[in-house]
Write a protein that binds this ligand. Structure first.
Ligand SMILES: Cc1ncc(COP(=O)(O)O)c(C=O)c1O
Length: 455
């Protein structure tokens, strides 16, 4: 397969990649044909209860954070790394990242309160958002968080007025959508996010930000990409950011103290599959932002790169179906917990490998039972027969519990695995309480069905 095609990551892993999964994702390994997640036997874990699970693996969260932070810090020693909180709210995950020194990037009133409740100091919170509620503005101004990033005149007015009323100074950033040589970006021209460089839009906001009472303009912000997996698109975006900084110096004589390039790097094992890693992206940033021409502090806001491959789903296959062109395997895990976006795949691998001598593998598409034509992954190589009917699903950790759909199917239990012990973050009791609160009736018949045996 050509690693450059867009479809590459949307299709299942090759059989050889699956059998040597530890090369891509070292928290997983087959031992005697059985998949281990750390020291846990994935098949036993699922079989004990036969309910779908998602396991967050603390060591991978730590490792991913340290990897990206170190990669960028090499070029930018005063780097600030803010975890994009929207990508995972789970308490032990956030606490782990806070301990490692991460700040928190937030986008709403709820998130800023969550960051504070979990122990993030105010000066390590960076607030993004558009169309901010007055409660959100208030929460970011009293007391002031480390940075409030603005991308509309109305929000600037609100933040400034709240700062004046509270008698505080607020550090602000302005978010630009820079010109770039390619149009393969996630946030393009005239999006609701960011302010266009063209037609003087950005300069108008900048000028007002420079003069907004009780606001200190500090940061140039540009979060432009999502699951970035090629260096050229990344380079072009960074070049665009450098150009904006240069033009601002030329026209206003103003230098930003900080440049915040946002998040956007793809899942770490998917980058590895393409022969890429965070250090290559960091090198591109260093090379391109050199053109800014003055010293500044770099800031990154990774989400997906830190948590996506730090969680593994476990699911049974509840059905198999052959259509004219495709074989399907239907899973319990799907849009009840994972965001069903066309551009993201969740790679299924078997929890048990068939014995080599008689192994038969074929292509399946894998999807859940919802009444929507969604899929987890296409062209997934799986063993024919029972070995391919209990699956581990990779890439499950980012934007997962946050964007779960609560309808129709069981939500997976959420487990946290650290130092060889497992604890349940979200179990059946919590699920029952949540459903009862939401829909006002009792779901015991659904959550406590009589046990059936399964292979
Ligand atoms: C402003 C901002 N920063 C950072 C992120 C994190 O992006 P990613 O998870 O792709 O790293 C997002 C995600 O939407 C975002 O909106």
């Amino acid at each position: 397969m050509n690693p450059k095609t867009a479809a590459y990551d949307l299709q299942g892993l090759e059989q050889g990649e699956i059998e040597a999964i530890d090369k891509l994702l070292p928290i997983l390994q087959y031992e005697d044909g059985r998949l281990r997640v750390g020291s846990l036997d994935a098949h036993d874990l699922y079989s004990a209860e036969q309910v779908p699970l998602i396991i967050y693996i603390a060591s991978r969260i730590r490792d991913n954070y340290i990897d990206i932070d170190t990669a960028f810090r090499r070029w930018f020693p005063s780097l600030k790394t803010y975890f994009a909180l929207k990508s995972c709210y789970l308490r032990p995950v956030v606490e782990e990242l806070l301990q490692l020194g991460a700040g928190m990037e937030v986008m709403s009133h709820m998130e800023v309160e969550l960051a504070r409740a979990l122990g993030c100091p105010d000066d390590k919170i960076i607030s993004n958002g558009i169309g901010r509620s007055s409660a959100y503005v208030q929460a970011t101004v009293t007391p002031p968080v480390g940075m409030v990033v603005i991308d509309s005149q109305e929000d600037l007015n609100r933040v400034s007025a709240a700062a004046v009323a509270a008698g505080v100074q607020v550090k602000i950033g302005v978010r630009v959508t820079p010109l770039a040589d390619d149009n393969a970006r996630y946030i393009g021209k005239s999006s609701k996010l960011g302010v266009d460089w063209e037609k003087g839009c950005f300069f108008r906001l900048l000028e007002n930000a420079l003069h907004a009472p009780n606001c200190q303009l500090y940061t140039l912000h540009a979060h432009q990409l999502t699951h970035a997996n090629d260096l050229n698109t990344y380079r072009s975006t960074m070049r665009g950011i450098a150009r904006v900084a240069q033009e601002v110096t030329k026209h206003f004589g103003f230098s930003f103290s900080m440049i915040d390039i946002g998040g956007g790097l793809d899942t770490r094992y998917l980058l590895k599959r393409r022969g890429l890693d965070a250090s290559m992206f960091a090198e591109v940033v260093a090379a391109e932002l050199d053109a800014v021409g003055y010293d500044f502090q770099l800031c990154i806001e990774p989400g997906r790169h830190i948590v996506a491959d730090a969680a593994v789903g476990l699911t049974g296959v509840t059905g198999e179906k052959r259509n004219a062109q495709r074989n399907w395997r239907i899973t319990e895990l799907g849009s009840n917990i994972l965001i069903p976006l066309q551009e993201i795949a969740y790679h299924p691998i078997p929890t048990r490998l068939p014995p080599k001598s008689n192994a038969m593998w074929t292509d399946y598409d894998v999807g859940d039972s919802t009444g929507a034509p969604s899929r987890l992954c296409e062209k997934v190589k799986l063993p024919i027969g029972e070995e391919g009917r209990t699956l581990a699903i990779l890439n499950c950790g980012a934007y997962t519990t946050v964007f779960a759909e609560l309808w129709a199917f069981r939500l997976p239990r959420i487990l946290y695995y650290d130092s060889n012990s497992v604890r349940t973050l979200f179990g059946d009791a919590e699920h029952r309480d949540m459903l009862r609160a939401y829909y006002q009736y009792d779901f015991s018949a659904f959550l406590d069905p009589p046990k059936t045996t399964n292979a």
